[in-house]
Design a protein around this ligand. Structure first.
Ligand SMILES: *Cc1c(COP(=O)(O)O)cnc(C)c1O
Length: 390
């Protein structure tokens, strides 16, 4: 029996599409459509009697290469790529839900996902209710006869709470409900929700998968019958990923493990530095022993990820003052870049929530989110340190 290749090797050595020029790295297939040999070839391709690219809104060799890699990394059956993380999330719900269906979501989800649930889905008769992750026991009591999807992100943004995937997987299975997990913060290198019973995993590939702040992208992977529905919805609605972006993203996956290893090493060192700092009242990082769900984090994640959250004194003004003293790190909306990024969620990404809503999802006025980059850790610590020592 030949040895099964490890995660890192598979990311680099996976079969790539060949153009006929013996290229070592994949070619870029910048073409909107593909040609057929004759009328029969065309008929059979449209009838899906053969696997052939027809039109890049449906499929493209670069997209297929990127998707196949993520599918292997997540331990999924199939997948489909999208122009952004939100396109992946919207198309997944759009393909699988009908008017009258109900979503049961973790309370703390990405801002635009929250807007889908509260502003747009109600227009189409799709209702969402929320469970608090610290009261996981109440989850089952919130299930209704029309609940179709249980949805969660873990770690959450920006509170970095950890949701027990094994528990969610059991509840979903027992009740015949689909479990969909946004695995953006962890990446398949750190966490594979399908192992714990997720039916589908969605990603914003814009974040750690690209990891270099260049392109937008998204992907959904999981069970073949579900992906088939998502594919049909998408090929008719058009959220397709450009071949240029999938070329970039597929290349990025070759370095995912080394990048994420260093991101996690830097983030843990930063979290440990902050935890001992007199100006910092609270630090959240999944792999700090002080994290309330440390045991679950260690059970389902290989390492703690690149995001660190902490509380500076002085409330809203304290948070803004801290950002104004930052010299090297970037003030930006992205995360998972080579560059360390600091944000103040209460006055930026989560400013549309009321103070009470922010409190419920753990976004206190002085909370700072750091997306730890790949700079030398001593320089990251130096910048945050000087911004705290005023
Ligand atoms: C960024 C993000 C998204 C949305 O992805 P885009 O690529 O920006 O559309 C979804 N979920 C999480 C957790 C994210 O961080």
């Amino acid at each position: 029996m030949t040895k099964k290749r490890e995660f890192e090797t598979e990311a680099i050595r996976q079969q790539i599409p060949r153009s006929g020029f013996s290229e070592h790295t994949s070619a870029m297939y910048v073409t909107s459509s593909f040609v057929f040999d004759d009328a029969e070839d065309m008929r059979a391709s449209f009838a899906e009697e053969k696997e052939k690219n027809i039109y890049s809104r449906f499929s493209n060799p670069n997209n297929t290469e990127f998707v196949d890699k993520i599918v292997a990394m997540e331990g999924a059956e199939s997948g489909y790529a999208f122009a952004s993380g939100m396109a992946a999330i919207f198309s997944t719900f759009g393909a699988l839900l009908s008017s009258g269906d109900h979503i049961l979501s973790a309370r703390s989800v990405f801002g635009s996902t929250h807007s889908l649930f509260t502003k747009f889905f109600p227009k189409w008769g799709i209702e969402t209710s929320y469970f608090n992750i610290n009261e996981a026991e109440s989850l089952e009591s919130l299930i209704r006869p029309n609940t179709k999807i249980i949805y969660a992100e873990t770690p959450t943004n920006p509170g970095l709470e950890i949701i027990d995937l094994e528990y969610l997987g059991k509840i979903a299975k027992k009740n015949g409900i689909l479990l969909v997990i946004d695995n953006c913060f962890a990446t398949p290198y750190l966490q594979q929700p399908i192992k714990f019973g997720a039916d589908l995993v969605v990603h914003s590939a814009t974040k750690l998968i690209d990891g270099q702040g260049r392109v937008l992208g998204g992907v959904t992977v999981g069970k073949t019958d579900l992906i088939r529905e998502i594919y049909l919805f998408s090929r008719n609605t058009g959220p397709s990923l450009s071949p240029f972006n999938s070329w970039i993203l597929s290349k990025s996956l070759e370095t995912l493990s080394v990048r994420v290893d260093r991101h996690c090493e830097n983030a843990l060192a930063l979290a440990e530095f902050l935890e001992g700092h007199e100006k910092v009242s609270k630090v959240r990082y999944p792999f700090l022993k002080s994290h309330p769900q440390y045991d679950i984090a260690v059970k389902q994640m290989k390492k703690g990820g690149n995001i660190v959250a902490f509380e500076v004194k002085g409330g809203l003004q304290g948070g803004q003052d801290f950002l104004n003293r930052i010299q090297m790190c970037s003030l930006s909306a992205n995360l998972g870049d080579t560059r360390t990024i600091v944000t103040h969620p209460a006055t930026s990404t989560h400013s549309k929530l009321s103070a009470e809503e922010r409190q419920i999802v753990g976004i206190t006025d002085g909370l700072i989110r750091v997306s730890t980059g790949l700079e030398n850790i001593s320089d990251i610590v130096e910048d945050l340190s000087q911004a705290l020592n005023y």
